[in-house]
Ligand binder design. Sequence first.
Ligand SMILES: [Fe+2]
Length: 375
Amino acid sequence: MNLEYAGSEALTINTQTPPGSIPIERVAGLIKAEKLIFLIWDVKNLDKQESFLQDFGMKTHEKTTNEIYMRGYGDEPYLYYGRKAKKSAFKGIGFSAKSRKDLETLAKKTHKKIEKINRPGGGEVVRLTDPNGVEIEVCFGIKKMEMLETRREVLPANTLNHRPRINKGQRTPLMPSPILKMGHCVMGALNFEETVNWYMRHLGMIATDALCIGDGSPAVAFLRLDLGSELADHHTIVIGKGGGDGYLHSAYEVVDVDAVAQGQQYLKMKKHKHVWGIGRHILGSQLFDYWHDISGFEFEHYADGDVFTSEKTTEYHPLDSGNVYAWGDDLPKGFFALTFSQVTGIVKGLIKGDVTIPWIKEAKKAISRPARPWL
Ligand SMILES: [Fe+2]
């Protein structure tokens, strides 16, 4: 991607060392994970979080005094598994394996046990921990559910040459936008290379795109599942260096742009905190809309994302706020701002040697360039 813009020097990228000069090489995975199926959370107020998630487009599958299981309209019994806790926190990610044999291979190679899952849908799991302490559950045999009834096709659009909608209007109901599936989870990790490598090695993930700083080294990696000739989302896990450690956002697929907008209307009516959108991303192309849950964790609705087979090779681009979106509302001030814990993380990273002062300067310069200098 070339970000040259004739009217501004601000977008001049250092091409002496092109992005990807230090490439992300593919790694042979212990297994190839099949799907991202749920996130694991500690939740301070289960009732309020349940209410937010319902407004966001999930349905309560099961709730006890200490746990909550929220599902979408697909066949997974839960996309959000919350455990009552003193403080709300992101704790982990659940993937499915393609076969029990894969689970056995993973258990053997990581010296872990295969355990039974004592949750709705049962199944078995190998529990791992990523380099940043995120609980990674690789599951097999979780019983699928009946899908819930909802619109799964885009609304018919009238164009100049094709007018399927005659004598009727285009109306979307004022209701939560039904979540069809989990899309991706984005995390910050100062030990970037180690973390990216961990996901490639343990889950067979491959890099679709990478954003690089001026020395050519990747600072953000968009990783997808390796599904061979089957289609995988542009990214399932994103690792960003410099955003501190831990959760940045998770994203949930809805059917189309009308569903994204319908969800926005409903969440606004319910007075939830809007973060950014509607817009269209560049890498992955998704139509997006970002929200805060009751604890300030970011949740994204998206539709119309790119898909790839395993053949597609990695592309490298300059790290730049202009690379984040093609159109839409301006990136909110503070979208890249660091929280206190992220600053603490960077200080720790400096001490450990995961980041250096010149690296921080390069990264700051990259994200400080105006995203839309022509506006
Ligand atoms: Fe996203």
